[in-house]
Design a protein around this ligand. Structure first.
Ligand SMILES: Cc1cc2nc3c(=O)[nH]c(=O)nc-3n(C[C@H](O)[C@H](O)[C@H](O)COP(=O)(O)O)c2cc1C
Length: 200
């Protein structure tokens, strides 16, 4: 197991928050070391406890470790700029959700307009738990979703939202110049821009 290189946390919160919120970020330099499925399941355990509309828990996940037979086919669905760095990730976790939900006491499946929103909450929980466990996730929207759905046998009524690359942060010097320059925690808009009182 390699040691994660130290990375000073340049992010400044304007209001006091637990350091985990500013310390988590999405690297592209990974060590390529193997991860076992138990460790991925710990991250998904956190995702399981995310809140969802009517507690529908519309999220579904597909885990592909780099040693799994599906790795090459899923990797091939990534945009070329993502392939450059995902090549050293340890796993990919696909996040999908169903737009159909059954409410308690009813057998009828109805449209759940909140399914994608709720899947986003689950992904965020997973990313935070991964970071707390010494792993880092990097979300990926840049891939061919139709091809990904085929590789992963996405069930009907589901939408494939994203892949999360999972890995141990490695030495940025292995990255191409353009990516190496971006390999540090980025900034955020100020709360003044994001929050209105009484209206947006
Ligand atoms: C749904 C989603 C899709 C993303 N797609 C990509 C992607 O295709 N390629 C990439 O390099 N980063 C991707 N990112 C990473 C974001 O650019 C990154 O999370 C954002 O810049 C905030 O940085 P941080 O995660 O380091 O705090 C994606 C993130 C999310 C949540």
């Amino acid at each position: 197991m390699s040691t994660t290189p130290p990375m000073p946390n340049s992010r400044q919160a304007d209001y006091p928050v637990n350091v985990q919120f500013t310390a988590r970020w999405s690297p592209r330099s990974y060590t390529g070391e193997p991860i076992d499925s138990e460790q991925v399941m710990c991250m998904l355990e956190a995702a399981r406890w995310a809140p969802s509309s009517n507690n529908a828990q519309p999220w579904r996940f597909a885990v592909v470790l780099r040693q799994d037979p599906e790795w090459n086919a899923l990797f091939a669905t990534l945009n070329a700029n993502n392939q450059v760095w995902v090549a050293k990730a340890s796993a990919l976790v696909a996040v999908a959700s169903s737009h159909l939900a059954t409410k308690a006491g009813s057998a009828e499946a109805v449209h759940n307009p909140m399914h994608a929103f709720d899947a986003g909450a689950a992904w965020a929980y997973m990313a935070m738990q991964a970071h707390l466990n010494g792993w880092d996730l990097h979300g990926i929207g840049g891939f061919n979703k139709d091809a990904g759905a085929q590789v992963l046998k996405l069930p009907t009524e589901h939408t494939l939202h994203m892949l999360a690359a999972v890995g141990k942060r490695g030495d940025p010097s292995a990255l191409p110049d353009a990516l190496r320059e971006r390999e540090s925690p980025n900034a955020r808009r100020s709360l003044r821009e994001l929050v209105g009182r009484g209206s947006f």
